[in-house]
Design a protein around this ligand. Structure first.
Ligand code: PNS
Length: 167
């Protein structure tokens, strides 16, 4: 007989380069739905990130410090294998505009093929962040635009350091 699971665990995977208020909105909601949440920062990226894995993990940790049931971790390899190692039942993804839909559905479908026991759960970010992305934040910050309302304070500070304090 298997022991019944006592807590529902979810994984919020992503590049988090850097973590934004849109991510935070989804993570906060996930932390209300699940007993334990792992924010999982991938070390495998196709393109060169602005921030190292250690920096991305540090920023996410600082941003999530008030969420007592949220832990921040890094991973490499398949996200479903990481989720299984953590005993997670769900992968949480934020679904913003229609533009996210096809890629997210492809990933959800593949992850389901690979591990049917791990469910993909899509959450809708707050409308204020519906079109927000890490890439846009980095672009605007490096061109001297104001991004403080889109990222946690700790990220804003590190962005300023990274782009030479041009804001
Ligand atoms: O923030 P992003 O870049 O949209 O996150 C994408 C991420 C990290 C969730 C995705 O690339 C991923 O799951 N990578 C881990 C490798 C993997 O499992 N690939 C197959 C997914 S179908």
């Amino acid at each position: 007989m298997t022991t019944p699971r006592t807590e529902r665990i979810a994984v919020c995977p992503g590049s988090f380069d850097p973590i934004t208020e849109g991510h935070m909105d989804v993570i906060r909601r996930a932390s209300q739905m699940f007993e334990r949440v792992f924010v999982a920062v991938t070390g495998d990226l196709d393109k060169e990130p602005m921030f190292s894995v250690a920096e991305r993990v540090a920023m996410a940790r600082e941003a999530c410090q008030d969420l007592s049931n949220v832990a921040v971790d890094s991973f490499s390899g398949l996200v479903v294998e990481y989720a299984k190692r953590q005993g997670a039942v769900a992968l949480i993804k934020g679904l913003r505009a229609v533009s996210d839909f096809e890629r997210e559905m492809q990933m959800a479908w593949m992850n389901r093929q690979l591990a049917p026991e791990v469910y993909t759960v899509f959450l809708v970010p707050h409308p204020d962040y519906a079109f927000l992305s890490s890439s846009l934040v980095k672009e605007v910050a490096s061109l001297g635009g104001e991004v403080s309302q889109f990222v946690p304070a700790t990220v804003f500070k590190r962005l300023q350091d990274k782009v030479g304090g041009s804001q």
